[in-house]
Design a protein around this ligand. Structure first.
Ligand SMILES: Nc1nc2c(c(=O)[nH]1)N[C@H]1C(S)=C(S)[C@@H](COP(=O)(O)O)O[C@H]1N2
Ligand SMILES: [Mo]
Length: 529
């Protein structure tokens, strides 16, 4: 085998337990899980167009192959890519070390200097990534990365000593066969040891992590009524739930793992152009008069008919009265809202003054926010996509100029106003009727940000548009559940849906992808019976 291939095999064998060790370390302490940090740091520095291409591709592939809920599957895919990337880099680096050792060191049995050089370079790269993310302590993570990479380098050198071809010795067949058998045995033994280490590390990590997750998830919905319980329009069977269970609500954010914030470590700091800066605990916020609103949130990356949209009850405090409480100065025009993960958005004071529904949110569905949905605090801004609404807020600064938010800076729409959308969730075919036609019921949702929905219409094949019936929405901020009871001849039919928003504006029919300002186009479903 050429040295590069041997090196690649050794690299893969040694990098897997390294990843497991990092995983265990991150689960039992605040040390970084290096693959995710590298991936997240890359996501911060890559140009917006590259990111957008990646995200669109992921959402499209998951949708086309029906790989399950888009948000969860995409996160898993990102995590897999992060680990794979590190395995590839480790494997390639080891291959280079072995090949270079063969060239440069000819007679020497030790490739230690080369292996250590590679290890230190890789450690430096990984350390830069953790510094870029500013998570946890820069020094302890640097020391941990260096220590683990040095161990990796020494193990690589040791493997090299066992695997290298003894130079200028006998070259007869018997010798070569014995050498090959020795190598195989050695690789198997090392492979076994490394597999055991990998499994041990992964198990320790998974145990510790699930314990931590349990600690954060002892939160149950308090239960509450819905305002439209007595509405006479009943959703067609198979229509999505009007109120999305929080566990099923989509989740989108920039990191492979959401930030875990301890309530005792957290404060909301309000500063900048204010006369009364504050630092509030979560208790301070919860003690204030709460505002409950049923809200539909959608991601701008949601394709027409996609699952990156959900509805729940949001609880928080209205921002408008807080402007006076903080004594925001006259020259201030915007609030710069920053999150623990480095996400940020700049919100105009005009929007807050115009709309008391803009709020700081601490609960969903009557329970504290889940970690992945922004614990302890997020913001709500009506009528705009999720990309404008930071989770895990840590500070608010009053400023006197607008600047682009995280995704605006990366090429997405500056206003990100939610487009009207309507979706067919289900089509149910009833028994035949006397005239040979069949009763067919279609149902789904329609949503247009905070503008409401005034009309939903359904078209069968190229026929006329027929009005659907609308259930009263949970609030003016949520989607509307609709149903259409139709009659059709047996055969194959295409159903199309469209809606009109509460201001009378029809849904856009132009087919547009999510980037840069949200998807548009009409949703269709085909049925045969
Ligand atoms: N801090 C922070 N807030 C964030 C994001 C993020 O990456 N970081 N993503 C935004 C985007 S793009 C969306 S669609 C919503 C999703 O909120 P959810 O995950 O609770 O559904 O969060 C928004 N707030
Ligand atoms: Mo989003």
């Amino acid at each position: 085998m050429p040295p590069a291939s041997l090196g690649a095999a050794a690299g893969l064998l040694l990098t897997s337990p390294l990843v497991a060790l990092w995983y265990a370390g991150s689960a039992v302490s605040s040390l970084p899980f290096v693959p995710f940090d590298i991936f997240d740091a890359l996501a911060r520095v890559l140009p917006g167009s590259v990111l957008t291409f990646g995200i669109d591709l992921l959402v499209t592939v998951i949708g086309a192959l029906r790989l399950g809920p888009t948000a969860g599957t995409a996160k898993l895919a990102e995590q897999t890519m992060a680990v794979t990337l590190v395995l590839i880099v480790g494997t390639a680096s080891a291959a280079i070390v072995f090949a270079a050792a063969q060239r440069i060191l000819r007679g020497s049995s030790s490739a230690r200097i080369l292996a250590l050089t590679a290890g230190v370079i890789l450690a430096a790269g990984a350390w830069l990534a953790t510094i870029r993310l500013a998570r946890g302590s820069v020094f302890s993570s640097g020391a941990w990365i260096l220590l683990t990479m040095v161990i990796w380098s020494l193990a690589l050198d040791w493997t090299h000593q066992h695997l290298r071809a003894a130079p200028s010795m006998r070259s007869d067949d018997a010798f070569r066969n014995r050498l090959a058998a020795d190598r195989r045995r050695f690789l198997l033994r090392v492979g076994g040891a490394m597999a055991a280490t990998t499994i041990a590390g992964a198990t320790v990590g998974a145990r510790a992590r699930s314990r931590r997750e349990r600690e954060f998830s002892g939160r149950k919905s308090s239960g509450h009524g819905v305002p439209n319980a007595n509405d006479s329009i009943v959703p067609v069977e198979g229509t999505r739930p009007e109120l999305t269970p929080v566990d099923d609500h989509y989740r989108i954010d920039i990191d492979t793992l959401p930030p875990h914030i301890r309530e005792s470590d957290w404060q909301l700091r309000v500063s900048g152009l204010v006369d009364r800066p504050v630092a509030w605990s979560l208790e301070d916020i919860r003690a204030r008069a709460a505002l409950d609103q049923f809200i539909t949130l959608s991601c701008i990356s949601n394709p027409v008919g996609g699952d990156l949209i959900g509805t729940t009850r949001w609880t928080g405090i209205s921002l408008k009265p807080l402007l006076d409480e903080w004594a925001v100065r006259r020259d201030a025009t915007h609030l710069r809202i920053r999150s623990v993960d480095g996400f940020y958005e700049v919100l105009a004071l005009d929007v807050i003054r115009r709309d008391e529904r803009v709020m700081l949110v601490h609960a969903w569905d009557g329970a504290p926010l889940q970690v992945k949905h922004g614990f302890p605090l997020r913001v709500y801004i009506p009528n705009v996509y999720g990309m404008k609404q930071p989770k895990w807020i840590q500070s608010i600064e009053a400023v006197d100029q607008w600047s682009p938010g995280y995704w605006v800076e990366r090429g997405w729409d500056r206003d990100a106003v939610m487009k009207a959308t309507s979706v067919i969730d289900t089509i149910r075919v009833g028994p035949p009727t006397a005239d040979g036609l069949r009763a067919v019921s279609a149902g789904g949702i329609a949503h247009a940000g905070a503008r409401g929905i005034s009309r939903v219409e359904v078209q069968v094949d190229d026929g006329g548009w027929q009005n659907a019936e609308l259930r009263a929405p949970l609030s003016p901020l949520t989607w509307v559940v609709w149903r259409a009871d139709l009659r059709m001849t047996p055969g194959r039919h295409v159903l199309t849906v469209r809606c009109t928003d509460g201001h009378g504006a029809p849904q856009l029919t132009t087919i547009a992808p999510p980037h840069p300002s949200g998807a548009s186009g009409l949703h269709q479903k085909t049925i045969s019976f």
